[in-house]
Design a protein around this ligand. Structure first.
Ligand code: TXA
Ligand code: MG
Length: 319
C-alpha cells in the first residue's frame, strides 16, 4: 500500500526524484510522473501494465505552459481551451520534440490537458515539468474516482497518493483533435458535445473501437469489471432465472423483483452529472460483492454526459 495524504510538497519531492504519484483531478485519479523523463514515463506504462502503443495525456497548469510543448494551437483549439480549461477537456496538438516519443507512442501529436483540481493545480505550478498521467487503474479496468480505489489496485506501484477527495466529474476528459477542418471528438467524456459545440460549432464524433484505434483508450472492451456484466434493453429478470446473485447498475429507478441491496442507482433524481460522478463507484461496488455473479445494466438517456456514460457502459459490457 502506498503512503496517502494531502501534502503537495511531499508529492513534489517524489516527482522531482523520479517517482510516481497518484494525483486527483476533477475527472478520475491519474498515475503521474515527469512527462519529460523517458525512464519515468516507462515506469508509468509498467505500473499500469499498459501497452506502449497507447499514448499518455500530458497535464499542464495553464494554456501558457502548454505552448512550451506544442508547435501551435489552432484558433478553434485555443477558443475551446480558453473557455474550458481548467476542465475535463483534452486536446491533441502537434508536439515539440521535447516531449519523449514514449509519451505519444511515436505519434506526432500530444494530448494536453489542464485539470481542474486545486491540489493538482498547486502541485503543477510548483513543478518545472508537466505530468504525464493515464488514469490510475490497471489497463482495461474501471477508472478510479477516489484515493482508496487507487490504493486498492496500484498501491504497491506508487510512491505517494495525493488524496483530493472523490472526483466531482467522475468520467474521463473529452478528447478533441484539430487535425482536420472540422474538429473531431475521439473520446466522449466529462465535457459534453453540447458544451463544445456552443464554443466552436459543429464537431464530428469519431470514436474508434478497433484494436489499434486513433485514441487507443477507445479499445472496444475497456473500463470493464471482473464480474460478468451484461447490457440489456429491458430488465426482464424472469429470463435469467435465479436472481439472488444478480446485481444491477441502473439509472434512476430500482428494478422490480431484485433485492434493493443488489442495485446501484446512479441518480435517483435522474441528474446526468450525478450519474456520471457515481458510474465508476457503482461498477466497483458491484464488482466487489462476492455474492453477486452477474451485473446487468442498461443505457441511460443519450444527452449531455449521458453519451459518455453510455460509451463507458458499452465498452464495459463489450466482449
Ligand atoms: O480525464 C482524463 O483524461 C484522465 C485524467 C487522469 O486526466 N486521464 C486519462 O488518461 O483518462 P488515459 O491514459 O486513461 O486515457 C488517455 C487517452 C487514451 O485513450 C489514449 O489513447 C488517448 O488518450 N491519447 C493520448 N495521446 C493521444 C494522441 N496523441 N492521439 C490520440 N489519442 C491519444
Ligand atoms: Mg484510462
Amino acid at each position: 500500500m502506498a503512503e496517502i495524504g494531502g501534502d503537495i510538497n511531499r508529492a513534489r519531492q517524489v516527482l522531482e526524484s523520479g517517482g510516481l504519484v497518484a494525483i486527483p483531478t476533477e475527472t478520475v485519479y491519474g498515475l503521474a510522473g515527469n512527462a519529460l523523463n523517458g525512464e519515468v514515463v516507462s515506469k508509468i506504462f509498467e505500473a499500469k501494465n499498459r501497452p506502449s502503443f497507447d499514448p499518455l495525456i500530458v497535464h499542464v497548469s495553464s494554456i501558457e505552459q502548454a505552448r512550451a510543448f506544442v508547435e501551435e494551437i489552432p484558433s478553434q483549439a485555443e477558443a475551446l481551451a480558453t473557455k474550458h480549461w481548467p476542465g475535463p477537456l483534452t486536446i491533441l496538438l502537434k508536439r515539440k520534440s521535447i516531449i519523449p516519443d514514449l509519451v505519444t507512442s511515436g505519434l506526432d501529436t500530444v494530448a494536453i490537458r489542464v485539470p481542474a483540481h486545486e491540489l493538482t493545480q498547486n502541485l503543477l505550478s510548483l513543478l518545472d515539468f508537466p505530468l504525464a498521467a493515464p488514469s490510475a487503474n490497471p489497463f482495461g479496468y474501471v477508472s478510479p474516482t477516489t484515493a482508496e480505489h487507487v490504493n486498492q489496485q496500484l498501491g504497491d506501484q506508487l510512491d505517494y497518493i495525493l488524496d483530493g477527495g472523490p472526483c466531482i466529474v467522475g468520467i474521463e476528459s473529452t478528447i478533441v483533435s484539430f487535425e482536420s477542418a472540422t474538429p473531431r471528438v475521439l473520446r466522449l467524456g466529462g465535457l459534453s458535445i453540447e458544451a463544445i459545440e456552443t464554443v466552436i460549432g459543429r464537431v464530428e464524433i469519431n470514436l474508434h473501437s478497433s484494436s489499434k484505434p486513433d485514441a487507443p483508450g477507445m479499445l472496444k472492451s475497456h473500463y470493464a469489471p471482473n464480474t460478468q456484466i451484461l447490457l440489456v434493453e429491458d430488465f426482464h429478470l424472469e429470463l435469467i432465472g435465479d436472481t439472488s446473485r444478480i446485481g444491477a447498475l441502473v439509472f434512476n429507478e430500482y428494478i422490480e423483483g431484485l433485492d434493493l441491496e443488489n442495485q446501484f442507482v446512479l441518480s435517483k433524481s435522474g441528474d446526468m452529472n450525478e450519474a456520471a460522478r457515481r458510474l465508476f463507484t457503482g461498477l466497483r461496488a458491484l464488482d466487489q460483492r462476492e455474492d453477486i455473479d452477474t451485473i446487468v445494466t442498461a443505457l441511460v438517456p443519450n444527452q449531455g454526459l449521458g453519451r459518455a456514460i453510455n460509451d463507458r457502459i458499452k465498452r464495459a459490457t463489450a466482449k
